[in-house]
Design a protein around this ligand. Structure first.
Ligand code: GLA
Length: 360
């Protein structure tokens, strides 16, 4: 892998409070390909989640989700126990899961008080959940005076927290993007490996912006997201392959599996076409590829909803060269590319590639 794999400089700080920051991400293109061993092109954004950890006496972790005004506490080693509010859910599962999965990976979390806050909107498709998980892991490792796992194993650990603790069968796209971000660059990820290659995001004055559709997306256990994953597994079984990366055509598959596979195959091609268009400075082509990705996600993969269609339309009416649904789908944000002279529509937020997760 050409990207540095080592996570962070580690200088243990005994007895002091520590802070870790993990960015959210934008995925330029390559949607619903990560769990099919495919290609994607994300970048970390400036906004993210900050976790402050302060060593505490005893054998418990106390956590405070500042923006939500909610608290949780649990004994180390008893992460699955009931929360005061009943069965742990939502953000509490990330804290408990991170603690348990780190222990499983050989890093023994220590008693501490955690404060979680952030400026990445929740449920808007900018991957607040992976950012929470990455920031928690970095803070918990630092408090435990342990080096965090390298980037790929840490991304896998975060993915296990989402998969096994929250029930969302998400892939490696979000934690890898948060851990491997670089200012001014996106990263082409080939999930087979994974292999990561930085791609300079030379936009020649054009702007990338996200517009929240207002429909909160849900990737939890019984979501459409998990249903799509199951459809991909069913297509693999029908084709006699382990991964859709090995599929060459959707021919002969029953409907809707044929369309699901067609999306994955065409989206992988669009990722490399986008990398090439960026290299050639052809921003019109990047816009056209975003539009093509959106059509494929709407018609073949069927992850759009009316609020998202309206947000895409709003961006196009404001002069976007291309716009598409981003992230897991069924709501969340739209990503659009605007020419240099365009006025962003109300509510749209400019996004630029920022640095990776780190200790502050
Ligand atoms: C969500 C998941 C990712 C990825 C995208 C779709 O963001 O967390 O793993 O599958 O959806 O590309």
């Amino acid at each position: 892998m050409r990207h540095s794999n080592t996570c962070l400089e580690h200088t243990p700080r005994e007895g002091r409070s520590v802070q870790a920051f993990a960015p959210g991400r934008v995925n330029l293109i390559g949607e619903h390909t990560d769990y099919n061993d495919g290609l994607c092109l994300p970048f970390a954004v400036e906004r993210g989640i900050t976790v402050t950890a302060e060593p505490a006496p005893g054998a418990a972790i106390e956590a405070h989700a500042k923006d939500l005004g909610e608290r949780d506490s649990f004994e180390l080693g008893a992460e699955s126990a009931q929360a005061e509010s009943g069965s742990p859910e939502g953000w509490r599962l990330f804290v408990r899961g991170a603690s348990a999965e780190l222990r499983q990976a050989g890093i023994e979390p220590r008693a501490c008080r955690l404060t979680i806050s952030g400026d990445v909107p929740l449920g808007a498709g900018l991957s607040s959940s992976a950012a929470v998980c990455v920031a928690l892991c970095l803070a918990l490792c630092e408090i435990a005076q342990a080096s965090p796992p390298d980037k790929v194993p840490l991304a896998r650990l975060c993915s296990r927290v989402e998969n096994d603790w929250t029930g969302a069968q998400t892939g490696l796209l979000d934690p890898l993007a948060s851990l491997c971000g670089e200012r001014g660059r996106a990263v082409r990820i080939d999930m087979r490996g994974p292999e990561l290659r930085p791609v300079p995001l030379r936009l020649r004055g054009h702007l990338l912006a996200v517009l929240d559709s207002g429909a909160s997306h849900d990737l939890s256990a019984d979501s459409g997201y998990n249903e799509r994953r199951e459809e991909c597994r069913a297509a693999c079984r029908a084709l006699g392959i382990d991964s859709l990366r090995d599929a060459t055509s959707a021919a002969g598959l029953p409907e809707p599996l044929d369309r699901r596979v067609r999306h994955v195959l065409s989206e992988n091609e669009r990722v490399d076409a986008t990398v090439a268009a960026l290299e050639h400075g052809d921003l019109d082509e990047v816009g056209a590829l975003l539009d093509a990705s959106h059509s494929s996600l709407r018609d073949d993969y069927e992850v759009s909803v009316p609020a998202v269609e309206r947000a895409v339309e709003t961006c196009r009416e404001a002069g976007a060269l291309g716009a598409r649904i981003m992230g897991g789908g069924f709501g969340g944000s739209v990503l659009a590319l605007f020419p240099p002279e365009a006025q962003l529509p109300p509510g749209a937020v400019r996004v630029e590639p920022g640095p990776a997760a780190r200790l502050l």
